[in-house]
Design a protein around this ligand. Structure first.
Ligand code: 6LW
Length: 513
């Protein structure tokens, strides 16, 4: 059957995947968001269901006031002898650590630290040995893919850290993963940086310590010369064999907001690309080394996609996230309702404002939510980071016992109140529409009779590109946040995000020019 990429939409970068007991499991980076490391399950590699997070306790990860796009970097998931391991870097504290669990649906252990330099750690369980590799500097000061053997019970190094591969010459060698397939060790990595030059390269050897021989046609997978094409930045992947014997790379990539516009807002998403091994032991990937939107996969199943997200059909612990370590007393989350208590911490702070977020997963989107508050300000933020975010909110007017709805555009040092509309009560229905190129903001105040039959008051529009990663920098994507600021109580109800169109719909040049 045919499937479409991305197979997981929205900001879920740096995918890593393993197989255990009839299912596939996938993790992705989470940076400053908590809980850390989203965890997914699949039976076919195409349909993924988030089943939780790996780092669910503050004791497992330090996120206090960490910089945006710092914190939890690229994780690797592996399964060995009945136990799952997730190894990652806290880039802010420069620590590599792993946690483990024997129950994929349960809690994970406290962190075990490994004293090796670098980021993007990975593990190879091989013949009773456990190898730990990362992209960093070895004990002799040599940089590249660095490896040591560890004691998996303690994380202690059993050998020196040695540079085993320096990549194929691209900048930012990262995401090393080692595989022992038949008699050969394959070392796969990413190079080129996680932007438009991103690529996957590999080398092979008879020994886990090398020397490694580069694949003669590196990069094995990249979209760096594929244009005009909306899927870009293909890189950082993990190799996985399906139970029918077919091989795939699960990798990250991003979708430009338009074929001719080099901006991306949804973050780096998860792509599934077929791999073929040749007689000579080298493998190829995708279509002559590029990743396409559509592929065939063996199996009689359909690709399902959830188009609507509500309070009722999402799980507070799975679909939603917080910034850094949340003050949980500020959140009362019940069936069909989120009550947020604001603090003095605003969305501009590198801290933990009262913020309950859900990733934006596609370009064409309509979000509505009812907000009622007593004091201060509460609403919806289209959040890239503390510097770039668009906010629509109900707030109490300064010095008066009246309420208003405000649209605030924050683009770097430019902080602008675009429009203020008075409303006759302390509640309103806030609406955010996205068409790929613009966010459109409007309000339906609650004293109007029926939402469906009343024309909303338009507050304004803002270009999506200013909350893109090309402007805002860093490694995340847009998260739609419900927020409260001020010592207040804000009630959010009737939340609904509906994705209305497919990416193909905005590939049409006519729509932009
Ligand atoms: C991650 C690196 C990367 O550590 O981006 O695309 C960095 N790859 O491997 C942050 O996600």
């Amino acid at each position: 059957m045919k499937y479409n990429n991305p197979v997981i939409k929205g900001f879920y970068p740096d995918p890593s995947v393993c197989y255990a007991n009839g299912k596939y499991y996938l993790v992705s980076s989470s940076f400053q968001y908590f809980p850390g490391v989203p965890l997914f399950e699949s039976e076919d590699l195409v349909n993924w269901r988030q089943i939780g997070h790996v780092l669910t306790r503050k004791s497992q990860v330090m996120l206090e006031k960490i910089n945006s796009s710092g914190g939890v970097f690229a994780p690797t998931i592996r399964y060995n002898d009945g136990r799952f391991y997730m190894v990652t870097t806290n880039d802010t504290t420069h620590e590599n650590f792993y946690v483990y669990t024997d129950d994929i649906y349960g809690e994970w252990s406290e962190p075990v630290t490994v004293k090796q330099d670098g980021i993007d750690p990975s593990l190879l369980f091989d013949g009773g040995h456990v190898y730990f590799m990362s992209n960093g500097t070895d004990d002799n000061g040599v940089s590249g893919v660095v490896q040591c053997e560890i004691d998996i019970a303690t994380g202690k190094k059993l050998s020196a850290s040695r540079c085993i591969w320096k990549g194929s010459g691209g900048r930012f060698l990262e995401s090393p993963h080692m595989y022992h397939i038949k008699d050969t060790y394959y070392l796969m990595a990413a190079e080129g940086g996680t932007e438009y030059g991103h690529m996957i390269t590999y080398a092979k050897s008879d020994s886990v310590w090398g020397p490694f021989v580069d694949y003669p046609c590196n990069p094995v997978l990249t979209n760096r010369n594929k244009a005009p094409y909306i899927i870009q930045g293909i890189g950082h992947g993990d190799l996985i064999q399906k139970q029918n014997g077919d091989w795939y790379i699960m990798c990250l990539g991003f979708r430009q907001i338009h074929m001719w516009r080099t901006y991306h807002i949804l973050g780096r998403e998860v792509f599934l690309v077929p791999v073929k091994f040749g007689e000579d032991g080298w493998f190829t990937a995708g279509n002559d080394g590029t990743a396409e939107q559509e592929y065939e996969i063996a199996g009689d199943f359909v690709q399902k996609e959830k188009k609507t997200y509500t309070f009722e059909n999402t799980d507070w612990n799975i679909d939603w996230c917080y910034l850094r370590h949340p003050v949980m007393e500020n959140y009362e989350l019940t069936q069909g309702k989120a009550v947020l208590h604001g603090s003095d911490i605003t969305l501009d702070c590198v801290d933990s404002p009262t913020f309950l977020g859900i990733r934006q997963r596609d370009f064409h989107m309509k979000l509505v939510v009812n907000v009622a508050l007593d004091e201060g300000e509460a609403g919806v933020t289209v959040y890239s980071c503390e510097n770039e975010h668009y906010d629509i909110a109900v707030r109490k007017a300064a010095g008066r016992n009246e309420y208003e709805v405000v649209l605030k555009l924050n683009i770097g040092d430019i902080k602008h109140e675009q429009k203020i509309v008075g409303i006759s009560s302390a509640e309103a229905c806030l609406c955010v529409d996205c068409d790929g190129n613009f966010y459109h903001f409007s309000v339906i105040s609650r004293n109007t009779e029926t939402i469906g039959e009343t024309l909303p008051v338009v507050l304004g529009s803002a270009q999506t590109k200013y909350v893109s990663k090309e402007v805002s920098e860093g490694f995340t994507g847009v998260v739609l946040g419900l927020y409260a600021v001020g010592r207040n109580r804000a009630e959010f109800t009737n939340f609904n995000v509906t994705y209305t169109m497919n990416q193909e719909d905005i590939c049409d040049e006519k729509e932009y020019f």
